[in-house]
Design a protein around this ligand. Structure first.
Ligand SMILES: NC(=O)c1ccc[n+]([C@@H]2O[C@H](COP(=O)([O-])OP(=O)(O)OC[C@H]3O[C@@H](n4cnc5c(N)ncnc54)[C@H](OP(=O)(O)O)[C@@H]3O)[C@@H](O)[C@H]2O)c1
Length: 301
């Protein structure tokens, strides 16, 4: 059965592609836009109910809900602003549903920009990586007016297993940073401990097997096994550059609200150093690669 709400979906990256597929699979008519147009064309050719827009403006015209799943705030602004941007194709009563990890400032910018042209913004960043996106198993952290969030529920359900409506606009963006701070702390600790075990003579794969069956076996530790155990051949699930982006958002929010987060600062510093060594496009697990290549006492130089 077709769903009456028309959806524009912008950002067909690692996460956006399977999320858009699940929306289309739930019966929503979907128009997609992606800067690399070939990705959008291949997706539309392979997926029933999906068409391609030539610009964000064209995607917005006729859509009831505009979903964005983009890298960061500059990418969000790039698709909303300008003569070919979403705002140029806006009409009152559309809902802007941002699902990327854009951060509280970008989320506030979007809410204001959309309010001016007569719409409502809802932030719904996601927890879970590519596999959870493919299986509609994401956890959503939602901020926005309750009535609009209720209207969005069938769409949100098509991508997720768990939905938390945490408050007004911006609440989802903040909660996502709180969750991801733990992800990066865990990632840093797993990286350090893996190198510790290896340098002490334990086989890497065996050490990781123990991690996966010990008290630290969080979902992230399990679904990142290949990235840590076989870093040179595994597929990137989440780029280290995006992890550094998140850590900057986390430390900025900590400064703003006065939350002491010394660990986040170390994790950001390590991510930046690893990116400087050319590991930015690798999975966030490449922190272990970076640490493995360091020799104390120059570990942090
Ligand atoms: N991967 C994960 O495990 C994961 C999990 C939870 C949340 N997230 C968050 O979800 C968002 C998307 O992540 P992802 O892993 O799917 O990223 P990704 O694979 O790098 O995809 C990024 C998307 O943003 C577009 N984009 C990049 N720069 C742009 C710009 N300046 N203007 C317009 N569009 C631009 C890309 O277009 P092109 O295809 O043309 O490059 C692509 O569609 C990020 O905010 C990330 O932090 C990711």
């Amino acid at each position: 059965m077709r769903n009456p709400k028309k959806v524009a979906f912008l950002g067909l990256g690692r996460m956006g592609l399977p999320m858009a597929a699940n929306i289309a699979g739930a019966g929503f008519p979907v128009v997609v836009y992606n800067p690399t147009r070939g990705t959008a064309e291949d997706f539309a050719a392979a997926t029933e109910g999906v068409t391609v827009a030539g610009s964000p403006r064209e995607a917005a015209v006729g859509a009831d809900i505009v979903v964005t799943m983009l890298a960061d705030e500059p990418a969000l602004r790039a698709v909303y602003e300008g003569p070919q941007g979403l705002l140029a194709g806006w009409s009152p009563d559309k809902v802007a549903l941002d699902m990327g990890t854009t951060g509280p400032a970008g989320t506030a910018w979007l809410a204001q920009a959309v309010r001016v042209v007569g719409g409502t913004a809802v932030d719904s960043p996601v927890s879970g990586s590519v596999k959870a996106a493919e299986t509609a198993g994401l956890t959503l952290m939602v901020g926005g007016p309750a009535d609009v969030v209720e209207e969005l529920r069938p769409l949100l359900r098509s991508m997720s297993a768990t939905i938390y409506h945490l408050g007004d606009s911006g609440a989802g963006a903040v909660m996502k940073l709180a969750v991801n701070n733990v992800i990066y702390a865990l990632g840093q600790a797993v990286s350090e401990s893996l190198v510790l075990a290896e340098r002490s003579g334990i086989d890497r794969a065996e050490a990781y097997e123990v991690f996966c069956n010990s008290a630290i076996a969080a979902p992230m530790v399990k679904y990142r096994r290949d990235n840590y155990a076989s870093p040179d051949t595994s597929i990137t699930q989440f780029a280290l550059t995006l992890a550094a982006k998140d850590l900057r958002l986390i430390t900025a929010l900590a400064d703003e609200v006065g939350a002491p987060m010394p660990q986040a600062a170390v994790n950001l510093d390590t991510a930046v150093r690893a990116i400087d060594q050319g590991l930015g496009d690798r999975d966030m697990a490449a922190v272990a690669v970076y640490l493995r290549d360091r020799t104390p006492p120059q570990a942090f130089s």
